[in-house]
Write a protein that binds this ligand. Structure first.
Ligand code: SF4
Length: 481
C-alpha cells in the first residue's frame, strides 16, 4: 500500500483563494484584530497614530501593536524573530494583511511606545470586567524577580567596589613586578649576548586594560554617594541585585495583583526596589482603580508586613491580610515571642506568660512611628520563667498605631485559609509567565522599557486566560457590544 502523499506543488489553486480561509472563527488573531481596532491608540499614547501628510508612508501603530500582541501570545518576543514570522506565519500574514516590517521598525515601535502598553493592558482588564471575569473581592498581591540585561559581574555594592579596586591594585602590582623582572632579564641578557625576547609581549596590554577598568570603577563609589543608592549596575543602570529563589541575580521586582476569581492579573508594576515591603497599598490601590471598586480585600505574604503600608491599605479601603513575620532579638535568642504577651487596650498593659502585668515605661521612635516599651522589672527579677524570657528583665514594645496590626491579626485568625488562597492565585500567573511563556529574563534595558515589556507579557497572559474562559467569539462579541 502506498503512503499518504500531499498535493503536487505546481498544481493550480493549491491554496484556497483567500488568506481568510486559513483563519477560523476561533483563531485568537480574530480577537486581536477586533480588540486593537477598538482601542483609542492616540489616547493610550501611541506615536504616529495620524499618518504624516508628506513623505514616505509609515506603518500604522495598530498593525505593529497587533503583531506584538500576537507574538507575545505565542512566546515570540525578539524583534528579529517577529520579522521572520511576518514572512512565514499565515496567521501573522492574515493579521498584518501581508505587511512585512523589518526588525528595526518592530524594535523601534516597542521602544518608542513603551509607556502606551500599560493603557492597552488596562483596556483589556476593563473588557474582562465587563465580562464579569473579575470577582473584585479578593486580590493576591505578590512579587517575583525577573532577570535584567545585566550580568552579575557588572553589578557592584560599595563593599564589592572596594574589593574590586583592592584586587585590581594587587593584580597591577603583580603585573608591574613581572614587567620589572622581564626588563631586568632583558638587560642582563643584552649585556651578555646583545639582546633577548621580552617575557610576556601582552603584559603591557593587560596592564593598560586593568588600569582603565580600575579607573572607571574608582569613580563609581562617588556615583553611589551622589545618588544615595547602595548598589550600581553597569549594563542596565536601573536593575538591582535581588534574591531569585536561592540565588542572587540582577533583575527587577515584578509586582502583580491577581484577582482570586479566575486568576487574572488586575494590575502589574515593575520596581527597582529589592524588597516587597511597602508595595502592597500602591499595587492594590492601582488594581482597585482599574477594577472600578471602592473596597477590596488583599492578601500578601509576610514580606509585605509593614505597619505604614497596612495603615495606607485601611485608608484606601483595602482590607489587608498579611501574616506577621517572626522577627526580633528575643526570638533569635530563643526567648518567648511577643505573641506570648497579651495586650489589653482598655488598660494599656501587657500580660506576660508568667501572668504579670507589664506597664508603659518609656516612649521612643521607630522609623516614623512612636514606640512604647512595657515592662515590670520587679516581677521579672523574681520570676521562675526568666531563663525562657530575658537575660535581665523583659521589655515588650508596641507602636502607638499598632491597633491596625491587631485588627489584621484578628482577621487572619478568623480566616487562615486566605493564605492558601494567595498561594494558588499567584502561582498560576508566575508559573505561566516564567515557564510556559518562557519569560525568565527581560530583553530590554532601563526601567521604563522593561515596564512596557511586562505590560505586553501580562496582557498576553490575561488574553490567553480569557480565551480559555469565554472563547474567541465571546470576546469579540463583548468588544463590539
Ligand atoms: S521574666 Fe518577666 S516578663 Fe517574662 S514571664 Fe517572668 S515576669 Fe513575665
Amino acid at each position: 500500500m502506498a503512503h499518504l502523499s500531499g498535493h503536487d506543488r505546481t498544481q493550480l489553486l493549491l491554496l484556497p483563494e483567500a488568506v481568510d480561509d486559513y483563519v477560523g472563527p476561533e483563531n485568537p488573531v480574530r480577537f486581536i484584530e477586533a480588540f486593537v481596532d477598538e482601542l483609542d491608540l492616540a489616547g493610550a499614547g501611541f506615536a504616529r497614530v495620524r499618518p504624516k501628510a508628506t513623505g514616505r508612508p509609515g506603518y500604522d501603530p495598530a498593525d505593529l501593536l497587533k503583531l506584538y500582541i500576537y507574538d507575545y501570545l505565542n512566546r515570540v518576543r525578539s524583534s528579529r524573530r517577529l520579522e521572520v514570522e511576518t514572512h512565514r506565519n499565515i496567521e501573522v500574514i492574515w493579521l498584518l494583511r501581508g505587511l512585512k516590517p523589518d526588525f528595526k521598525t518592530i524594535a523601534d515601535f516597542r521602544r518608542d511606545n513603551r509607556a502606551a502598553f500599560r493603557p492597552v493592558f488596562r483596556s483589556f482588564v476593563v473588557l474582562c470586567r465587563q465580562l464579569d471575569l473579575f470577582g473584585r473581592e479578593l486580590l493576591a498581591v505578590d512579587g517575583t524577580r525577573i532577570k535584567a540585561v545585566n550580568n552579575k559581574d557588572r553589578n557592584f555594592t560599595r563593599a564589592a567596589l572596594t574589593k574590586f579596586i583592592q584586587q585590581a591594585d594587587e593584580k597591577l602590582a603583580g603585573y608591574l613586578k613581572r614587567l620589572d623582572e622581564g626588563d631586568a632579564d632583558e638587560d642582563g641578557a643584552s649585556g651578555a649576548s646583545g639582546g633577548s625576547a621580552h617575557g610576556d609581549p601582552r603584559l603591557a596590554e593587560k596592564i593598560a586594560a586593568l588600569r582603565g577598568k580600575r579607573g572607571r570603577h574608582k569613580a563609581l563609589p562617588d556615583e553611589l554617594e551622589r545618588t544615595g543608592e547602595d548598589q550600581i549596575s553597569l549594563t542596565d543602570p536601573d536593575s538591582r541585585a535581588m534574591a531569585r529563589m536561592t540565588k542572587v541575580g540582577v533583575g527587577y521586582n515584578v509586582q502583580v495583583a491577581v484577582d482570586a476569581k479566575h486568576k487574572l492579573i488586575a494590575e502589574q508594576e515593575i520596581h527597582s526596589q529589592v524588597v516587597d515591603m511597602g508595595l502592597l497599598a500602591a499595587t492594590a490601590t492601582a488594581a482597585m482603580e482599574t477594577l472600578g471598586v471602592g473596597q477590596i480585600e488583599a492578601v500578601a505574604d509576610r514580606g509585605y508586613f509593614k505597619i505604614e503600608d497596612i495603615e495606607a491599605c485601611e485608608a484606601a479601603g483595602i482590607t489587608a491580610y498579611v501574616p506577621k513575620p517572626v522577627r526580633g532579638s528575643s526570638v533569635r535568642e530563643g526567648f518567648f515571642p511577643k505573641e506570648a504577651f497579651r495586650y489589653d487596650p482598655a488598660t494599656d498593659t501587657f500580660t506576660c506568660p508568667g501572668g504579670q502585668t507589664l506597664r508603659p515605661c518609656r516612649r521612643g521612635q521607630s522609623r516614623d512611628n512612636v514606640k512604647i516599651d512595657y515592662s515590670n522589672r520587679e516581677a521579672c527579677l523574681a520570676c521562675s520563667l526568666r531563663p525562657r524570657c530575658t537575660k535581665s528583665y523583659r521589655h515588650v514594645s508596641r507602636l502607638e498605631n499598632e491597633a491596625v496590626l491587631d485588627r489584621m491579626a484578628a482577621r487572619l485568625a478568623a480566616r487562615p485559609e486566605v493564605l492558601d488562597q494567595r498561594r494558588t492565585c499567584v502561582e498560576h500567573p508566575f508559573g505561566s509567565i516564567k515557564q510556559w511563556m518562557n519569560q525568565g529574563a527581560f530583553l530590554m534595558r532601563r526601567l521604563e522599557n522593561v515596564r512596557g515589556e511586562f505590560s505586553l507579557t501580562a496582557l498576553a497572559y490575561n488574553i490567553r486566560r480569557a480565551i480559555t474562559l469565554v472563547g474567541v467569539p465571546g470576546l469579540i462579541v463583548a468588544i463590539t457590544a
